[in-house]
Design a protein around this ligand. Structure first.
Ligand code: NAD
Length: 371
């Protein structure tokens, strides 16, 4: 079992990273956590506000492509673990502008690996180390309805510029393990949802549109299938990999819930009808929601032209992490959706502030399927 106690966590002002750091500081209060995040449109320092007074926590604004900064952080804070969440993460944006995906997801990962190699495999460093890459099931490509779920041995067949950039990063991580002996691991997870998710991904966007009585766009037929993973379960899965996963190993992390996009959005509509319909206070706070007017929210659903190259189905086989590391997702989808929707109800100031003018213009002309 790994004894690493000081970590550089990149991209932790985003959704999964902020939930991970909160989880980690709670589980391991004696650990040191330095967050490195460049605060792109998707990063918000307020997502970490409750952790700023934590003695082991420090926030640094900077870019993962800045090799010298990364190297100096590793040396100065004597960090011997890196968990890399930093990425451009939204498939739709990778279709309209792939350049930053290459820079952050590929070049950025290589710069982090190189800084880790210089510091951890250079003179004067001794002890355990670990570079963990947070990756996606999208590297494996797309499945048909009856295909078996992706295992870790599935070939890489990325379809979108986003998936291709994450696949490249995974290959680089493995090459640093194989060529230089850097201790690395990779986790490939399914679609996450939960608190602090930027409202461009399907669940956050649907909730924010539901409470504002705005249309709920669904690509194509709405029959594309995704596996949904509650972000806390993802954090526990990464914890298992960091503590007990073999260096050089890859683990799939999934939520065990396959749903079509339309099934998911319908569940969210029905949940909003129930929660807002039962609460005078929510009806007053969200007067534009159909639920406040007693009209079924499903009538907001609109089918729009499909996305180019839209993957049909992702399904993820988690046998390896279950068997080897004892991981199981703990949150059933309905409980997770309810927790998430209540979080958005309670944190309107957060999502209103991240949906600023320029972002609002972008989202008004875009659709989202959650990837
Ligand atoms: N969201 C999902 O469903 C999902 C699924 C599978 C894998 N992943 C992977 O998990 C990781 C985290 O995803 P997320 O949804 O939390 O992403 P996010 O978009 O919410 O957050 C990304 C964070 O990275 C930061 N960042 C971007 N470029 C940077 C750079 N060059 N230097 C430093 N920081 C930078 C942003 O400011 C932001 O805080 C990503 O690597 C993503 O590919 C996400």
């Amino acid at each position: 079992m790994s004894q690493i106690q000081s970590w550089l966590v990149t991209g932790a002002a985003g959704c999964i990273g902020s939930n991970f750091v909160r989880y980690w500081c709670d589980q391991y209060p004696d650990n040191k956590v330095v967050v490195l995040d460049s605060l792109t449109y998707a990063g918000d320092r307020n997502s970490l506000a409750d952790l700023e007074t934590n003695p082991g926590f420090q926030f640094v604004q900077g870019d993962i492509t800045d090799h010298h900064l990364v190297e100096s952080l590793l040396r100065e804070h004597q960090l011997n673990g890196i968990v890399n969440f930093a990425a451009e993460s939204h498939v739709d944006r990778s279709i309209s502008g792939p350049g930053t995906f290459i820079s952050t997801n590929i070049v950025g990962t290589q710069r982090l690996l190189e800084a880790a190699r210089q510091v951890w495999l250079g003179d004067g460093f001794s002890g355990d180390h670990r570079f963990h890459q947070v990756s996606t099931d999208e590297v494996y490509g797309s499945l048909g309805d009856d295909d078996p779920a992706f295992t870790e041995d599935h070939s890489y067949q990325p379809s979108s510029p986003y998936a291709a950039s994450k696949a490249s990063a995974d290959h680089l991580v493995r090459s640093y393990q194989h060529t230089y002996g850097l201790h690395t691991s990779i986790s490939n997870c399914s679609n996450n949802y939960g608190p602090y998710q930027f409202p461009e991904k399907l669940i956050g966007l649907t909730i924010c549109n539901l409470v504002r009585g705005k249309a709920l766009p669904i690509y194509g037929t709405g029959k594309n299938i995704r596996d949904w993973l509650f972000v806390d379960d993802h954090c526990r899965g990464i914890d298992r990999v960091l503590r007990s996963g073999e260096p050089g190993c890859t683990y799939n992390i999934g939520g065990g819930t396959e749903l079509t996009n339309i099934e998911l959005v319908e569940r969210l509509c029905d949940l909003a009808d129930r929660l807002i319909g039962d609460s005078k206070e929510l009806q007053l706070r969200f007067p534009d929601s159909l639920a406040a007017k007693g009209v079924p929210s499903r009538s907001l659903i609109e089918f729009v032209s499909d996305r180019p190259g839209h993957d049909w189905r992702y399904a993820i086989d988690i046998s390896r992490i279950e068997r080897d590391l004892g991981y199981q997702p703990a949150t059933q989808i309905d409980a997770g959706l309810s927790l998430t929707m209540r979080w958005y109800f309670d944190n309107e100031a957060w999502w209103q502030s991240v949906m600023d003018g320029s972002y609002q213009q972008w989202i008004d002309t875009q659709y989202s399927t959650g990837d």
